[in-house]
Design a binder for this molecule. Structure first.
Ligand SMILES: [Zn+2]
Ligand SMILES: [Zn+2]
Length: 292
């Protein structure tokens, strides 16, 4: 068995349970009444009526197949499990059978290189920012957004939503948790890439293939101490897009284990963030210039 087949054993079992019309109808009947903590359990007879079954033997057999996986029995009746509602939420988020309502967006921001208006491109549920004028892609701004993220948002609001999402997700992944599956992540600092143009930080989920390649600033922008230190030297992170933030100078101060100093310099002072190979913040030093 290949690794791929091993990894697919659980999804195969989980999806196969829904390959029967009656089981699918039972699950949909439960989900149609699902109101999170306010869910009213459905009684056996209600559920049987909802799916139009009269043969209780057949109904019992399929109800049993779902039990413990997609539904559970309480004293008051049946409710969907957390796995069932997570699948349901994934479908609401990604809308697999729908086409996105927009693929080209005009978020009203200018290219950091040439000043022309940037275009937002939404393809395969990834949002990216591109400049048609100088033919550049804004680095650190390609991030997945489920199709539902486009709903009820203007082009500008989509851009802001993608950035908020990337920041939160990458911050969580830096602290060791995959934003998609809740599993552990592996963080790597490519010390050799510090002086090159490739993104030096790699964060990968150990379970579900969630992965990101990024620069030094973004993963730390959910750390309250980092935000406070940057604020002290005049960097208002909440009001900036990533390309508007000062680019830190990264210096590898140790290799075994890795330690990197990130230095952000502004007209108001200097912040030094010391981080290790796991990307945890070891120390922050703030040096504000005396105001004249
Ligand atoms: Zn440009
Ligand atoms: Zn994951």
């Amino acid at each position: 068995m290949t690794d791929g087949e091993g990894r697919l054993a659980q999804p195969r079992d989980a999806f196969a349970l829904l390959s029967h019309d009656l089981r699918l109808e039972i699950l949909l009947a439960l989900l149609s009444h699902w109101e999170a903590v306010d869910t009213e359990p459905q009684r056996y007879s209600e559920l049987m009526r909802a799916v139009g079954m009269e043969d209780s033997g057949k109904f019992n057999y399929h109800l049993d197949r779902l039990r413990g996986v997609y539904l559970r029995k309480t004293d008051a009746g049946y409710v969907p499990t957390a796995s069932a509602t997570a699948l349901y939420r994934a479908v609401l988020a990604h809308r697999p059978t729908a086409t996105p309502d927009r693929t080209h967006l005009d978020p009203g921001v200018d290219c950091p290189r040439c000043g022309a208006g940037l275009a937002g491109v939404y393809e395969r549920e990834f949002f990216s920012l591109r400049c048609g004028s100088c033919d550049s892609v804004v680095e650190e701004f390609t991030y997945p957004l489920p199709k539902n993220g486009l709903a009820e948002r203007t082009d500008r609001e989509v851009l802001e939503a993608v950035y908020d999402r990337a920041r939160e997700h990458i911050g969580l992944a830096r602290r060791g948790q995959c934003p998609d599956c809740g599993g552990t992540t592996t963080r790597t600092v490519e010390a050799s890439a510090v002086t090159e143009t490739e993104p030096p930080i790699h964060i990968d989920c150990d379970t579900c293939t969630w992965t990101v390649r990024t620069g030094f600033m973004l993963p730390f922008l959910t750390d309250a101490r980092v935000l406070a230190a940057l604020d002290a030297v005049g960097v208002a992170v909440e009001e900036c897009f990533p390309w508007e933030l000062p680019n830190p100078t990264a210096t590898v101060t140790d290799t075994e284990p890795a330690e990197v100093d990130l230095v952000v310099t502004t007209s108001e002072g200097e912040v030094t963030i010391t981080t290790d190979s796991d990307l945890s913040v070891q120390e922050i030093r703030t040096d504000c210039r005396a105001s004249e």
